[in-house]
Design a protein around this ligand. Sequence first.
Ligand code: 13P
Length: 339
Amino acid sequence: MNQDTLQATAQAMVAPGKGILAMDESHPTCQKRFDALGIEFTEANRQAYRDMLVTAEGLADCIGGAILFDETLRQNLLDGTSFPKHLDSIGIVPGIKVDRGAKDLAGHPGEKVTEGLDGLRERLAEYSELGARFAKWRAVITIGENLPSEACLEANAHALARYAMLCQEADMVPIVEPEVLMNGAHDIERCNEVTVRTLEVTFDQLARQEVWLPGIVLKPSMVISGDSCGVRADVETVARMTVECLKQTVPTEVTGIAFLSGGQSDEEASAHLNAINQYSNLPWAVTFSYGRALQQQAMKTWSGEQGNRAAGQAAIAKRARMNSAAASGAWNMDLEQAA
Ligand code: 13P
């Protein structure tokens, strides 16, 4: 493990005013998003769409890292440059999703465990050759009556820690993503309880595997009300409870925390990140690693039509700028409307 390399990569991914663009949708997820907009699910369309994203003007001012799916890491832009080469050339660190998805956890109805450890050392070696300098693994935790179980938390945290150590062995920064799903009628207190426990178990397992914390980026969900909760907590409450939860569970050595958006609207995701960054003296860089909250407007605007490419690029560039401002605590509604 080369600690200098790991720390430099982690710092570049979450540099001041920068966040991470999650554009690593697996084929089934990408198809779901394309289908909803009537975009034909072809390799050419996936290439054209992702080319549009990464060539948007000014992107690298706001984005420090981009998470790619296997296909994209091996693909070329429309001009023939490979995706990882292009990203590197504009100062965005290329990364790769390496998990193989959340599968049903045996004996635990309603719960998932993420697979993908078998052969991971060999896959990381190949991804590193192809230019990836960091990786992502997403664990999924469901809140429900009597869920999550400790068994589910432990199985997922153990896999995250083994994945993280394999990444560091290959001098690649692991994004450690234990996502507590926002789906459900639970209130913010319940989300807090589950998120605290999830992060405790995760950092316990990371410590047992001797993962080097300055060489990881944590990608958590925010502490937030369930999407069908009758009374949803306001922005200030989400920020306060999220900061308290992280201070309680995340060691100060961790270089960066980059939130997922998890189904929040574009403006909610920016408002929450901004409010979190109003807190001073946070020991980590705190930024975004959004998928939907960066991309959904751009994908809708593009809708598979070459003629909409410039408008789609304007849409992704705007969300990148808004979230970059939020990562510095400088976002507000005026900025949103002026942009
Ligand atoms: P969302 O921001 O759409 O939740 O996606 C982030 C991500 O990478 C999930 O793994």
